[in-house]
Ligand binder design. Sequence first.
Ligand SMILES: Cc1ncc(COP(=O)(O)O)c(C=O)c1O
Length: 345
Amino acid sequence: MTETKNQQLAYAVAGAVPIRLHANENPYALPPAIWQEIEQELATLELNRYPDKAMRLFYQALAEHTGFPPEMLLAGNGLEEIILLLLVALGRARQVILPIPTFFVYNELATALGLSVVEVPLLAESWQLDLPCILQVAGQEEGLIIICRPNNPTGNLFRRQDILRLLTETKLTVVVDEAYYGFCEDTMLPDLANHERLVVLRTFSKTYGLAGIRLGYLVAQAQVVEAVDRVRPVYNVNALTLTIGRIALRRERELLARLPAIIAERERLATELATIPGVEVYPSAANFLLVKLPAAATPIWQELREAGIHVRQLGVKQPNLLRISVGQQQENEKFLSILRRALAE
Ligand SMILES: Cc1ncc(COP(=O)(O)O)c(C=O)c1O
């Protein structure tokens, strides 16, 4: 198994399959010992049966892990499903405020649901929340604001103090998406004790490197969990995922042992990028970097793509920006060499 996975990295670096620096994935495959445990446990499942719709074993493990009781937890088929369920349960007849740029899925889902979305741009360059503007838009109406912390795609952490002000000075339900929590270890989970309208989101995709199993969860007061649970499909998380999720919690130490390498590689990549003339790198608390190029990003993005390297463009409003996920060192090196060549042309 390990050999095949090492081969996959070699193929990617050799250009036979794309180097994936566009989806903010964890670049490391699961440790073989954890794979073995997964194989053994999956073999015991009765797949002719529906999974436990109350997800008891998983919630019990998650409760022990997070310190929050099962009534405050809700699991979903990835955070994307949880975001959809939150919008369905809490977004109707209320405004949904989105500081932008942010994770594009929030707007895509809210718009598809016909909800009333108000976008508030972040402050230029510092990428912090424009608090006066958000407070004005929010007024004293009930509504939803989704805040990504660290923010995708800018990579920075919004000030905790600003989020606490939104909780105390408005009537908004404040959803804090901590998908990239593991790369900075700054969390708003302790603030749940004092704030009824705070909702925190976590995923197994990034820090645990388990994007393929699709597992995320929400932590909030029981009444918020109940409201979201009412619109949850009965068997939304499958038996294989629930089992692997419990194993991941059990073996968390080994999964987290890979993070220092990713963080060190992020810093190395940022330093290397900053040596390229005209290139600016924004500080990141996540597993990706936002980079400003001296020219339009599209031709560079195209050249990288032709060389088999996938990165993310931010779109027409931010024409010079690229978002690059931190890959393994060999992948990042290949990216750097193509970028240097493209910018020198
Ligand atoms: C901020 C943010 N939230 C959620 C997700 C998706 O999480 P999941 O894989 O659990 O659906 C992503 C994926 O890139 C993300 O960037």
